[in-house]
Structures are given as C-alpha cells and as structure tokens.
Design a protein around this ligand. Structure first.
Ligand code: GDP
Length: 522
C-alpha cells in the first residue's frame, strides 16, 4: 500500500524539490509560473510548445551542477487545496510571491500561514521589481514581522527580487529554491521500487479517455505498469511530459501525464503500482467502496455555523473562516468591511476572510472551504456546476444573503454565541472559625460563626489568615448545622464545616464563600 520509501536508506537518491507557488491574488503567481516554464524551454529543454499539465520540471545550474525543480502549476491551486484536504503533502517548498508595489496583503499572510502549518520552508519571490513604485525593502520589513527574516538581515529566509514580466532574475529564484532545499531538507527517495505518488489533476479527454497528471514520489513509473489511482485503475498506455514528449519512465519528483486509466481520479488521491491488471482492479474496487463509505461518514460532518459555535464552546476553535462571493466587487468589499467592524467584545474570537471574489460559487470555492473548515457566504450569487453537490458531500455550509446587514447580523450573533462565557467572582459570605475538632475520619471539622452573608454547601471557599489568603478555590466536604447536613447557613448562625483537600485550618481563620457568575453579554 501507499507509504514510505522501501529498502535501505543508502540506496535512496536525491530527488528534486517539489514547489508550490502561493501569494495574494494579482501578485503574479500565474505569470511567474509561466515565465519559469518558458524560461526553461529557452534554456534548451527538448520539445516545443509547453502543455499545461498541472506540474512541470525545470533545470538550472547551481555551483556547476545541473539541478531540477518541480513546480506544481494548477489554476487556483486546486490541487494544493485538495491535497491538503486529503492530508497528503505534495510540496517540499513554498514560493511566496509578493508584489513589490503592493506589499504584504491578506492572502500573503494566509499563504505563509498555510506553508508554516504544513512545515514547509518558504522562499520569498519579491515580484514586479520592474515597476517604478516597487519597494522590495518594505516587503522585507513587512515579512520580518511575520517571522520571515531575510538572510541578509541575519535570518534564514531567502528573498529574491524578480520580475515575472521581464524575466529578471528567474535564475536567482531557482537557485534560492535549490539552496533552501539543500540547507533545510534531505530530499531523497528510492527510485528502485514500485512507483507511488499523487494525482495532481485529472480530466476526461474526448479522444484519449481519462488523463491524469501524476507526481511520482518514490519508485520509477514505467509504461506498461499496472496502477491504481484513487478509484481508477489500468495499465499505463503512455506517459507524456510537460512538452508533450513521450516518456518511458518517470523517477521521483517527476510529473507526468498518464493515459490508460479506467476512470478519472481526484486531485490529491494517491496512486500505486501493483503486480498486474487483475490486482489493480481488485484494489481499485476495494478503494472505491471504502471511499464511498468515507464519503457517507463525511456527509454527516456538516461544517455549519452551528458546528462552529459548538466547537467554539468546547474551546476547540477560535476562528470563523469565511469565503465571500458576491455579484459585484462593491458588495463583496462592503461585506468584508462590515465584517471587519464586527466587535464581539473579545479578542478570543476572530473572523478570517480566507478568500473573496465576484461571481458564482464554484467547486474551487467549496474545495477551499472544505480544506480550511470555512463557511461560504453567497451575496446575490448561487453555486454553479457541481458546487452544490460537492458542498453537500463535503459538509460545507453555504449561506445565501441578499441584504448585507442581514448577513452581518447573523454572523455577529453566531460569533457571540461562540464566545465562552466570562465569569466574575461574587462573594457570598464569610464565617469565622471559633473552634477546631480533629477527626481523622472525615477531616478536621471547623466550628464557625457566619459573620456576614451566607455560606453555601456547593460554593467555592478560600481560607484567610491574618488578612492573607492561605488556600483558595476549595470545595466543602460537608456543611452542617447541629447534626444535619444543610445546603446553606446564614449570617448569625453557627455551623460546622469540613474543607476538601485542606486540613490546615486554624482557630481565628476566616472562610470566605464565593461563586463564579456568568457575565451577561450585551
Ligand atoms: P496571480 O493572480 O497571482 O496569478 O497574478 P497574475 O500572474 O495573474 O498577475 C496579475 C497581474 O500582474 C497581471 O496583469 C500580470 O501581467 C501582472 N504582473 C505579473 N508579474 C508582473 C511583473 O513582474 N511586473 C509587472 N509589471 N506586472 C506583472
């Protein structure tokens, strides 16, 4: 089954790093990925027009030797999200793209948090350096505040100034990726075993049938191998690289387009090579029924506003993640502004808008919501394609609004509900210890007089001696008047009490009873 590299570690070989490009919208991710792919063709890689297969590999020279890098290149980073959702790690390094004229923006922070959460080292590409307004120093300063300290300031993050537009310093970026991989990762894999890896993306091609772009993670995949990819299976009929060239084999970190599968697997699902076709079919069928069962189980897990409230109450979650979709950019901005102004009277609970956009709610939106436990807010928009079906399957809640204040009111109410109640102490009364009766059986009994208020059996108490608290937050083991157990004793009455887990009580001590009361929220 899918898992670790086999065999003796000494036989493993260095493999290229697999890189994901992340960053704020419009900061140049697509442009940079295109530029890097094309730069490689100019560098003399075989073939001609590059194909969009969801991942590609480039070669660069570092310290005199040729080094390869694999880039995951998927629109909207669906694969990355889907893989995260499936808990599979696809990337070794994240390139964080920050436009030098715009600086650090919300999704920049989002992206770096994702990378940090995945434990993936970050290389910062300071892009759009060709622009007159570009201020790369400012970007460095901003990111330092998020813990990414540039190497030149004594930190361990490499910052590279580039222009995806003019192609400036792309080599520098490639070098930084290789150096970061060498410095902080030990990327090796066993090429001499049955291949395993991940599906990056897949679709049904009219002429060629199911086509899947896979990333080999270990082993070597060869034409003719029998594979199982998610619920799909088959014999590898042909493999193509990013230039449309036929490949005979694919080694670790190599992406390849695979033809010959029985069905279209999902992005993020893994693939394995098995003995023969029959075995492949059996495993695929078993996987499919397992997947179906998992799906059904998942369907019961609904990520609704109510779920968030419940998890918040249990102290499990402090953040409400939202994805905003609206009919026009004005409404999305207005909604986001209004959300930012919600004050729930506590810093504990925060709203994070992890994505926003204009237009219908898409499968990509649902995918991201599922991966990051977010709720989708649709303002005058509806889902398109299979988005509804997918939301249903993934347990993602989509809430629809046509009036902004209504959306705000509901979210505000939910957030207030999420707050753990705050308590304040309320003193009930005090008793003075007049006499002690030692008892090894039930603990020392303090004979006392309630000097003000009331002492309650179920209250918390503290012991005060000469004005200082000598024990706090204690429970009573018993409270009696005469021979009877009582629930409370009022001012002016005598009583006998025993403290739980505290026997060092003395004549003259004051026992103060108090309770914690919930503070009502406005
Ligand atoms: P993405 O949303 O991060 O994928 O950003 P895009 O790659 O679509 O780029 C957004 C806009 O910025 C496009 O109009 C690009 O042409 C432009 N752009 C990207 N990189 C550069 C650059 O290095 N310099 C300049 N001047 N413009 C750039």
């Amino acid at each position: 089954e899918f898992g670790e590299d086999e065999g003796d570690e000494s036989e493993w070989q260095v493999r290229p790093p697999v890189v994901t490009v992340m960053g704020h919208v419009d900061h140049g991710k697509t442009k940079l990925l295109d530029a890097l792919r094309n730069a490689n063709v100019v560098a003399g890689e075989a073939g001609g027009i590059t194909q969009h297969i969801g991942a590609y590999q480039v070669a660069t020279e570092v310290d005199g030797s040729e080094r390869k890098i694999t880039f995951i290149d998927t629109p909207g980073h669906e694969a990355f999200t889907a893989m995260r959702a499936r808990g599979s790690q696809s990337s070794d390094i994240a390139v964080l793209v920050v436009a030098a004229d715009d600086g650090v923006m919300p999704q920049t922070v989002e992206a770096l948090n994702h990378a940090k959460a995945a434990g993936v080292p970050i290389v910062v590409a300071v892009n759009k350096i060709d622009k007159p307004e570009a201020d790369p120093t400012k970007v460095r300063g901003q990111l330092t505040e998020y813990g990414l300290v540039p190497e030149e300031y004594g930190g361990d993050t490499m910052f590279v100034d580039v222009s995806a537009k003019s192609g400036l310093n792309l080599e520098g970026l490639l070098e930084a990726i290789v150096l970061t991989a060498d410095a902080s990762l030990d990327l090796r894999a066993n090429p001499n075993q049955d291949a395993q890896g991940l599906v990056i993306e897949a679709h049904l091609d009219r002429g060629r049938g199911p086509v899947a772009t896979i990333l080999v993670q270990r082993g070597t995949l060869r034409v003719g191998d029998s594979i199982v990819a998610g619920p799909a299976y088959g014999r590898v009929r042909a493999m193509l690289d990013e230039y449309g060239n036929e490949l005979d084999e694919a080694t670790p970190s190599r992406p390849a387009m695979v033809l010959g599968l029985s069905a279209v697997p999902g992005a993020g699902q893994n693939f394995i090579v098995v003995e023969d076709d029959r075995m492949a079919r059996q495993i695929a069928e078993k996987r499919e029924s397992r997947e179906r069962a998992a799906m059904q189980a998942k369907r019961r897990v609904r990520r609704t506003l109510e779920d968030f409230m419940a998890s918040m109450e249990k102290g499990e979650s402090q953040e409400l993640n939202l994805i905003l979709k609206g009919d026009v950019s004005g409404s999305v901005e207005a909604l986001e502004d209004a959300l930012a102004k919600i004050d729930v009277g506590s810093d504990e609970v925060t709203i994070r808008v992890i994505d926003r956009g204009v237009g219908a709610i898409t499968e990509t939106n649902v995918d991201l919501a599922a991966a990051s436990d977010a709720i989708i807010i649709g303002f005058n928009v509806r889902p398109q394609g299979k988005a509804t079906e997918m939301a249903e399957r993934e347990g993602v809640e989509i809430r629809y609004y046509t009036v902004i204040y209504q959306a705000i009111e509901e979210i505000e109410a939910a957030l207030k509900g999420m707050l753990k109640p705050e308590y304040e102490e309320h003193t009930l009364g005090r008793a003075e210890i007049r006499a002690m009766f030692r008892s090894s059986k039930i603990g020392n009994i303090a004979g006392c007089m309630v000097i003000d208020g009331v002492i309650r059996r179920n209250a918390k108490v503290r012991v005060i001696r000469d004005g200082a608290v000598v024990a706090d937050n204690l429970d009573l083991a018993s409270l009696r008047r005469e021979k009877d157990d009582v629930s409370e004793v009022r001012e002016g009455f005598e009583c006998g009490l025993v403290l739980r887990n505290f026997q060092d009580i003395k004549e003259g001590d004051i026992v103060e009873a108090f309770e914690m009361r919930e503070i009502p929220r406005s």
